[in-house]
Design a protein around this ligand. Structure first.
Ligand code: SAH
Ligand code: SF4
Ligand code: F3S
Length: 473
């Protein structure tokens, strides 16, 4: 069983290929193959790309051999993410030798970071397209078809792809992601995202509501609102400047689409999540009790160097406030070990922060210096890799004990579970998630994908709850 609770080293998903959904019947003369890396937003961008390509007459395929266009939607967050993509590119050489007409494009954050350098360094790459330039893909493909190498890495202050209806290529038909903003203005000193994704901008509210409503009408039962920092969502109606929509307002409006539509969101920067948001979560049963609140470090000194703009104590108060307003709320986090100048005392403070917050889920990494970031320019990457790894192992071990306790405390309780599909291990079992985002496996009986089912938890592993259904919810 995949460990759903603790993913070590790399939270980012690696090279999942998108294929046509079972309902895809249209046939296309030209086929594209797309593989995505990185965060959920990047995966959602691939669905936007698929939509743009579909309009241009390209159909999706999972079969590399039948594609006339191969796209890698890449991530730059840690060095390892980029190394993986470079390895993958070398694997395409053989296919290109067999099929010289084949076009290879690099999209996403690595495209934005490396720009035309990528074409110089990786000879088989024909197109380099940054995250704000996907609308120009048809024109770039046309140019590339004439043998011209093409690059468009212009970042935009306005582009939100708000009007584009993403093609849900590899969907389970129950849960979907909806991007509500792009870019990031935060400038955390370790982070490459502000450079690869540009300035923060919020998508217009009406298009978000329309997309979520359409999903619900098609049978989807959960949407996750996505942004690097969703709590700073801010939209002013261009036709009526008195209508200002904050994240709390947007969350409420999405929740009102239907009580049967679950709403999740990610990511919250601790400095921006407001009481107003917490009260909206409390008010609506269908807004999930789950907050991803990345702490990064438990040491105020390191947090300052990271430019996170909160202190250890301030973060702890935020955790207290969440627990006060939402007593059943699950909390998850991101942690970086071995950031520049981190001492053993700083590291101990991170461990004690974990003890304080008792996260249900955590994504833990050791620091990877990214060229061009504030930290790379200002500070020395002075913690040896073996120390970074040892501290990471300690953080992981401590977190595992917390997440196991968090699973164990659910045994004996009954949860409303949204069924997402059949268990990978057994045709006779279904899997779904609780409000708190924990995976539950239980015997199928007469339930099916998309149903809400009450499940009594009888046992657990480190990453999964096991139970039996007590009826439809
Ligand atoms: N916008 C989100 C984070 C996006 S990146 C937020 O503000 O929380 C996801 C996670 O990757 C970050 O939270 C951080 O823990 C990790 N990360 C980012 N840059 C990193 C780096 N240079 N080295 C190691 N981990 C990094
Ligand atoms: Fe990166 Fe910080 Fe922005 Fe998150 S909030 S994307 S960590 S700069
Ligand atoms: Fe990676 Fe870019 Fe997302 S760097 S984590 S794909 S925003």
């Amino acid at each position: 069983m995949v460990d759903q609770v603790t993913k070590v080293h790399d939270e980012t998903r690696q090279g999942e290929a998108y294929g046509p959904a079972a309902t895809e019947t249209q046939s296309y003369t030209k086929k594209f193959y797309i593989e995505s890396y990185g965060c959920q937003m990047n995966f959602n961008d691939s669905e936007i790309v698929a939509s743009i390509l579909k309009e241009d007459g390209f159909g999706p395929t999972r079969n590399l051999e039948e594609a006339s266009l191969i796209l890698l939607n890449t991530c730059s967050i840690r060095e390892k993410a980029e190394v993986t993509v470079r390895k993958r590119l070398t694997e395409f050489r053989k296919i290109k030798q067999r099929n010289p007409e084949l076009l290879v494009g690099v999209l996403g954050c690595m495209a934005e970071r490396l720009k035309s350098k990528l074409i110089e360094e990786e000879k088989l790459v024909d197109m380099v397209v940054g995250p704000d330039a996907y609308r120009t893909l048809p024109a770039l493909i046309e140019e590339a078809e004439t043998g011209q190498k093409t690059v468009n890495v212009l970042l935009s202050r306005e582009e939100t792809y708000g009007d584009i209806n993403p093609v849900r290529l590899d969907s389970n038909g129950v849960t979907a992601f909806v991007s509500i903003m792009r870019g990031c203005n935060n400038m955390c000193s370790f982070c490459v995202v502000p450079f690869t994704r540009g300035r923060e901008r919020s998508r217009d509210m009406d298009s978000v509501i329309k997309e979520a409503t359409d999903l619900f009408n098609k049978g989807y039962r959960e949407v996750t609102l996505l942004g690097q920092n969703v709590d700073s969502y801010y939209w002013v109606n261009p036709e009526d400047a008195s209508t200002v929509i904050t994240f709390a307002n947007l969350l409420e409006k999405v929740a009102q689409i239907s009580p049967l539509l679950r709403v999740r969101f990610s990511t919250s920067h601790p400095k921006d999540i407001t009481d107003e948001v917490l009260f909206v979560i409390a008010k609506y049963e269908n807004i999930c009790n789950y907050i991803h609140l990345p702490v990064q470090s438990g040491s105020t000194r390191i947090l300052q160097l990271m430019n996170r703009t909160y202190t250890r104590e301030w973060y702890m108060k935020k955790v207290d406030r969440i627990r006060e307003i939402l007593p059943d709320c699950a909390l998850s986090t991101d942690v970086i070990t071995g950031f520049c100048t981190e001492t053993e005392e700083d590291h101990q403070e991170t461990l004690s922060m974990l003890d304080y917050a008792r996260y249900d889920l955590a994504y833990m990494f050791f620091y990877s210096e990214r060229p061009g970031t504030l930290a790379a320019r200002r500070y020395q990457d002075d913690i040896p890799e073996d120390v970074k790894r040892r501290r990471l192992a300690e953080v992981v071990e401590l977190h595992r004990s917390h997440s196991l306790l968090s699973m164990q405390k659910d045994v004996g309780k009954t949860f409303k579970v949204l069924v997402e599909g059949t268990s990978k291990r057994s045709e006779e079992h279904l899997f779904g998630r609780t409000d708190q985002n924990k995976v539950v496996i239980f015997p199928k009986e007469d339930h099916k994908k998309g149903d809400y089912v009450w499940v009594k938890v009888t046992d657990c592993t480190a990453g999964t709850l096991l139970g039996t259904s007590t009826g439809k919810a």
